[in-house]
Every structure is written in structure tokens, then in C-alpha cells.
Design a binder for this molecule. Structure first.
Ligand code: DAH
Length: 335
């Protein structure tokens, strides 16, 4: 039996197996490769079993030595497999963390804060002042009828006042309102006096665009109807409003004409040394009250109308109305 393996042969094989295993385990790239190694090394048909197959040919007293050695080897290989697996998992986790890192030192993307358009903040300020005087805000439609925009305001079809308020006409007798005054009529139709309202809104005229004209602009309408209102109430209210808005400036009333007020006035403020016309007003014409079914012997009132663009431009020293409508941030950011 010269080719029967000796104890030294088997021990040598076990040592070689151990060295190979250690190298292969260290090289294993992932969990699947490790599992394959485990099967190749320690499985039923694995290398360890192959070596131990020869054990039966050893003398009985040597077998336990081989068995012990094999057990130590097996435990060692298992330990290496376990350790490599832990390392691989750890490395995978570290790679993942590295790839998912968020750099919290990067500056956030900048979102410039917005703010109200100067026309809106001007409207808000005007509304606030009148609310403080006990007025409430009402609104009417941009698309009006000839009746509300003109006839009910004492502007019949052939009246020359219509020339100054040419507008955009729509099918079916409708038009884009030329002023906020029709809201007076709509409000009185639905609300018996006493009334105290303001009506801010967009209005339209067939105007060529230039530094002071725009086919679309904004007005605020004022209306107060009660028993015993006279011109002093109108004058006091308008003066109080203008002084609150512009500061303590000289205010003057000039006789004027509007079809829906009698008497009528235009109001100027002295702004930087010049008289500037800022609004129209007057006592509501008895013909308008009668048209609403109100007895002019009992009810009287005043009305006023102003252009928001004008107020905004005067307040901020803006010289061209078009700047208010072009949405140029270099301009708007100043307010
Ligand atoms: N509606 C007039 C316009 O747009 C402005 C106006 C004048 C309104 C006198 C009024 C008023 O209420 O009393 O030209």
C-alpha cells in the first residue's frame, strides 16, 4: 500500500486547502461569490470532504488527529467567510452612503420674494382710507351695458360727454366700461340708502397709448347717499382723503361739469409746487336719483371718481404710465 496517503500527506493537503481558501475568500467580490466558495470548500462534495475521504485509509489512532485538524480548519474557513461577508456588506453600505451624500454646504437656489405691484398697493391704500371713513368696497362688471355705463348716469345717446369716453363695443349692446361710475347705479338698484361705498376697478377707453394714456386703467368710485348730505360733506370727505394719502398738502376745488353730478368739481392738490388735477366729484344729480326711484327732496349725496394710475404716478414720481404695465422687474423692484 505504498500509494496510501499518510498522516503527513493529509495534513499537508489540509494546510494547502486552508491557504487556498484564505486567498480565495479574500478575493471574493460579492456575497454570491462567497456562497459559491462555501459550497466548493465545505459542501458535501467540496474540497474538505474530498481530503477527508482519504482519512479512512489511515491507521485508527491517527484519524482523530485528522478529524481535529479538519474541525479547526472548518471553523477557521467559516470564520473567514463570515468576516469577508461582513466586510463586503460594510463596503457596500459605505459606497452607497458616499453616492447618496447631500452636500448641505451648497447654497440653496434663490427665489426672489415678490411684493405687491405699485398699482395694487396704491389701490389698497386708497381703499384703506375710505374704509376708515366708514365706506365699504363693492364691485361691478368690466363688461357693461350702455344703460349702466351711460344712460342711467344721465349721459343720453347723443350727449357730447360720450365723445371723451369712446370705448370698445361688444356684440349685443355691451361695452367695456369707461369708468367705475356704473357701479353707483348697480349698487343703488340693489341697496336702499343710506349708502356709503367705494368701487375700485379696471376701466377702458379707446385711447392711443402715450406717457399719460392707456386703453386700460383703474379707477376708484366713491358714493355716499343719505338724508341731509350737502357739498360740505363732499368737500370734507375728499379733503380728508387727499391729505391722508398725499400728506398735508393744499387742496382746491374747481367748478367743473359731469352729467351725473350737479354741482360738479375737479380737485387739485399742490404737489411739488404745481397744482395737479387728481379727481372729479360732485353732488349726485337729482335726475340720477329720480332714475333710481329716489326722491331728491329726501335723499341727497355725493360721488367722486379718481384714477389710480395718477395717484400712483404722483406719489412715486413716475413719469410714464406705460411703466406700470410692462412688468419690467428692474422698474418694479424699486417699490
Ligand atoms: N366717471 C368720471 C370719469 O371717469 C369720474 C367722476 C367724476 C366720477 C365725478 C364721479 C364724479 O363719481 O362725481 O371721468
Amino acid at each position: 500500500m505504498s500509494n496510501a496517503p499518510t498522516l503527513a500527506d493529509i495534513t499537508g493537503q489540509l494546510e494547502a486547502l486552508e491557504a487556498d481558501a484564505a486567498a480565495a475568500i479574500a478575493d471574493a467580490a460579492d456575497a454570491a461569490a462567497l456562497e459559491q466558495l462555501r459550497i466548493d470548500l465545505l459542501g458535501k462534495k467540496g474540497k474538505l470532504s474530498g481530503v477527508l475521504g482519504a482519512m479512512g485509509k489511515l491507521p485508527g489512532d491517527q484519524r482523530p488527529l485528522v478529524g481535529q485538524r479538519a474541525n479547526v480548519l472548518k471553523a477557521q474557513v467559516q470564520g473567514l467567510l463570515q468576516e469577508r461577508q461582513t466586510n463586503l456588506k460594510q463596503a457596500a453600505m459605505e459606497a452607497r452612503i458616499a453616492s447618496e451624500t447631500i452636500d448641505i454646504t451648497l447654497p440653496a437656489s434663490y427665489r426672489p420674494p415678490g411684493h405687491r405691484h405699485p398699482l395694487l398697493s396704491t389701490t389698497d391704500d386708497i381703499v384703506d382710507i375710505f374704509c376708515g371713513l366708514g365706506y365699504r368696497v363693492v364691485e361691478g362688471p368690466d363688461i357693461e351695458t350702455d344703460h349702466y355705463n351711460f344712460s342711467a348716469l344721465n349721459i343720453p345717446e347723443d350727449h357730447p360727454a360720450r365723445d371723451m369716453q369712446d370705448t370698445f363695443y361688444l356684440p349685443g349692446e355691451r361695452l367695456l366700461r369707461t369708468h367705475t361710475s356704473p357701479v353707483q347705479i348697480r349698487h343703488l338698484e340693489a341697496n336702499p340708502p343710506p349708502v356709503r361705498v367705494i368701487a375700485p376697478g379696471r376701466v377702458y377707453r379707446r385711447d392711443a397709448v402715450d406717457a399719460t394714456h392707456s386703453p386700460v386703467f383703474h379707477q376708484v368710485e366713491v358714493l355716499a347717499i343719505d338724508e341731509g348730505l350737502d357739498f360740505s360733506h363732499l368737500r370734507g370727505t375728499v379733503t380728508e382723503f387727499l391729505r391722508t394719502f398725499f400728506g398735508d398738502l393744499p387742496v382746491r376745488f374747481r367748478a367743473s361739469y359731469f352729467p351725473f353730478t350737479e354741482p360738479s368739481a375737479e380737485v387739485d392738490v399742490q404737489w411739488r409746487g404745481r397744482w395737479l388735477e387728481v379727481m372729479g366729484c360732485g353732488m349726485v344729480d337729482p335726475a340720477v336719483l329720480e332714475g333710481m326711484g329716489l326722491d331728491p327732496e329726501r335723499w341727497s349725496g355725493f360721488a367722486a371718481g379718481l384714477g389710480v394710475e395718477r395717484f400712483c404716478m404722483v406719489r412715486h414720481g413716475i413719469d410714464d404710465i406705460r411703466r406700470l404695465f410692462t412688468s419690467d422687474l428692474r422698474f418694479l423692484e424699486q417699490f
